[in-house]
Design a protein around this ligand. Structure first.
Ligand code: MTE
Length: 348
């Protein structure tokens, strides 16, 4: 294992979120004193921001070429053209470096600390993979990953990701609109919501077999149908122009850029169409802290984290990286109309 010594520009997780708050979340998640071990100090290189306009594929890291991809898959990546460099699918803010995007993660299936997902997921196999489509839908079934992805052209989109823990990143994703996938399965008129489930496999996901876990596995999330059909909602299969690494949710994850990061569920194996609002993992765990909607909202604070500011990662010596949080994470123009007339303090 590579042990990296900290430089002055490294950021400690405790600098992003106060240590007491981290301890709280750990205790909360483990429901016990089993959280007595040390906090994450996931190293951040913190040195170079890449410009979002650069050729992304040219910077795809070579360590991601680990296994030979299927031809159809390779062809999809090779066909990627630079994203629409305007409108909501793109931002020219500095990209969070690749090394940070893949080493500072929340993926509780692989552990509670920010470095755990990378450390504990490298043996995770996302191939073969299938996705079950069920519920209020005309074409239910179990589909292979190839069935799911083959008809779709991949796009590259640069989105902000804002975690409820008050850190944010700017990430170049690869994927396609969830709406295009949903249309293929012909939801019925009763389909008002979409629910997503992550793989449940305690053998390969150490966090799921932890004695201290309080999350009801499998991790699940949900969207209202009009949120799922919004063009911004992305099914991501890659980042930085290549495959998703396991710690970022291989082989398929959701990205909902105007909502807190916990809505962006990883490693999806099931999509269910429902008539009523579906259960979500964080809402089940702490309904007063995590609502179904979870829209980024600087005016509605989480009980333990104010939401009007955020730390854009990586932090550097020369800037505090603290920025104002924008309503809907800056995507209000595209999505505010979805919530017209709703009290967003009530529907948090
Ligand atoms: N999906 C699953 N299955 N399990 C998780 O623990 N964490 C969520 C979300 N998706 C999580 C998940 C949270 S809290 C965040 S902030 C984002 O993933 C983090 O995504 P990243 O690690 O790629 O930055």
């Amino acid at each position: 294992m590579l042990i990296k010594s900290k430089s002055k520009s490294d950021v400690l997780s405790s600098e992003i979120t106060p240590e007491s708050v981290y301890q709280d979340r750990r205790r909360f998640l483990t429901g016990s004193l089993g959280a007595a071990f040390g906090l994450a100090t996931a190293g951040f290189s913190g040195l170079s921001h890449a410009a979002a306009g650069d050729s992304l594929r040219a910077r795809a890291p070579s360590d991601m070429q680990r296994s030979a991809p299927a031809d159809w898959w390779k062809a999809k990546f090779e066909a990627i053209t630079p994203a629409q460099r305007s409108g909501g699918f793109y931002t020219n803010e500095a990209l969070t470096p690749y090394s940070d995007v893949v080493s500072y993660n929340n993926f509780y299936e692989f552990g509670l600390d920010k470095g755990d997902p990378k450390a504990n997921s490298q043996e995770f196999k996302a191939d073969p993979w299938s996705v079950t489509i069920e519920g209020e839908v005309g074409k239910p079934g179990v589909y292979t990953l190839e069935d799911i992805l083959k008809p779709h052209a991949m796009e590259e989109r640069v989105y902000r990701l804002r975690c409820v823990e008050r850190w944010s990143m700017v990430i170049p994703w690869v994927g396609f609109s969830l709406a295009d996938l949903i249309k293929r399965f012909e939801p019925t008129s009763k389909a008002k919501y979409v629910q997503f489930f992550t793989l449940f496999d305690p053998d390969s996901m150490s966090g799921q077999r932890s004695r201290f876990t309080t999350i009801a596995w499998p991790y699940r999330e949900g969207l209202r149908m009009d949120e799922a059909m919004n063009p911004l909602t992305l099914l991501a299969t890659g980042l930085y122009g290549n495959y998703l690494p396991p710690q970022n949710g291989a082989p398929l994850r959701l990205i909902v850029p105007w909502k807190y990061g916990f809505k962006s569920i990883k490693s999806i194996v099931k999509i269910r169409f429902t008539e009523t609002e579906p259960e979500t993992s964080w809402n089940l765990l702490a309904p007063r802290e995590y609502g179904f909607y979870a829209n980024v909202n600087p005016e509605v604070h989480h009980p333990r984290w104010r939401q009007d500011m955020e730390t854009r990662l990586p932090q550097t010596l020369f800037s505090s990286s603290r920025i104002d949080t924008l309503p809907f994470n800056g995507y209000g123009e595209q999505v505010a109309s979805l919530y017209k007339g709703m009290d967003l303090a009530k529907f948090y």
